[in-house]
Design a protein around this ligand. Sequence first.
Ligand SMILES: Cc1ncc(COP(=O)(O)O)c(C=O)c1O
Length: 460
Amino acid sequence: MIKTSDAKKSSARHLEKLDKQYLWHPFTQMQDWAKSPQIIVQSGKGPILTDIRGKKYLDGVSSLWVTVHGHRKREIDAAVVRQLKKIAHSTLLGLSNVPAVLLGEKLVSIAPRGLSKVFYSDSGSTSVEIALKIAFQYWQQQKPVYRQKTGFISLAESYHGDTIGSVSVGGIDLFHEIYRPLLFKTRKIPTPHCYRCTFGRTYPDCKLFCAEQAGRVIKRYCHETAALIIEPLVQGAAGMLMQPPGYLKKIRHLCTQHNILMIADEVATGFGRTGKMFSCEHEYVSPDILCVAKGITGGYLPLAATLTTNKIYQGFLGEHRDLRTFFHGHTYTGNPLACAAAIANIDLFRTEGTLARLQPKIAFLAKQLQVFGEHPHVGEVRQKGFMVGIELVKDRKTKQPYPLEDKAGIRVVLECRKKGLIIRPLGNVIVLMPPLTMSTKDLKRMVEIVYAAIERTTAG
Ligand SMILES: Cc1ncc(COP(=O)(O)O)c(C=O)c1O
């Protein structure tokens, strides 16, 4: 008779074989994947992921920045099941559905002031594509003098997704350089990143020189610019680069002053990640267009939304023959199951006081992170809420980075796995993005594992 554990092992081996045989994983060098041990997740609960061999891991990156209240949250499970008993999908093209309508109201109620219309899609990238197309079309439908407002300004090193439009406004060459011939041209403003300041200045003595430089570009090109797009406060995929206080507000002011739309991409920062529902709130900023995805369903189902002001929405109204319609839509736009999950996710913020309970944990995490203090191979620890970047450097004094071939970040992450923590690096930056409900005990354990892994992999 085959013992249960043996059966489990052989079925695990079988799944691993199938994975290698059939799957092509995103952002993954499959040549390495084929050789490396893999983790196939079977289940999850709270902050824990369990693999097919029964090994448990802390989910230190919220399953790629999406899990908010933890895995298998009772209220979200129930909302999805309730909706499943009614209908799984119907279209928003020419029809509507109950959860999509109710979620629309809820999103507007929590969004920064002035955003009052909701356009659904299914990923962060599509929410950005939609924002860009709306901004572009908006100006085309204004007075003729505005028809030349066709371009976009974005931050160097920004990341807005992997579709062609979002890559065009992005700036991470490592990911996207090869696609350059496919992209439309955009203007870039310098990344406001104090640790490696482009201008060699120091905050606050610099008096936000980076924003002043951004102002020059905006002023010069505003007549041909539809919108500026920004990840407010934290440029996530660039390596958790944090903007200095006051920068976002200045950018908002410059956009208004020079009559260009401001698109805030809160795909990563939204839904409590930075300690407020949306990171724009830290600087009392309202964008003209807001992109949200990732945490919108609490990490359950693919859903995104692009919110706009009524003024922009009005710019698309007209007779059928005027062709001012926004001709854009995805098949699963406003999917009822995803919208039901999103409603339950947002309701939990209120019923569980998620943001209030998060504040002391943010401070607790900051305290734990002090352990990296003067570590010779940690250049900087950056934190905003539950978004953390630990930048590994070869030499702390000179800030010399590890070369790509050292795979410094990858080695740390693999070491963490052995100790039961799943995280994912961004180059030399170790990213921590735990679910907002992770306990202080688990936060402490997470930091301890990372510290030990950095010690072990950087020694010698
Ligand atoms: C700021 C930002 N925008 C857009 C995206 C793209 O989202 P998705 O992967 O859902 O297309 C991401 C993904 O990490 C992101 O961080």
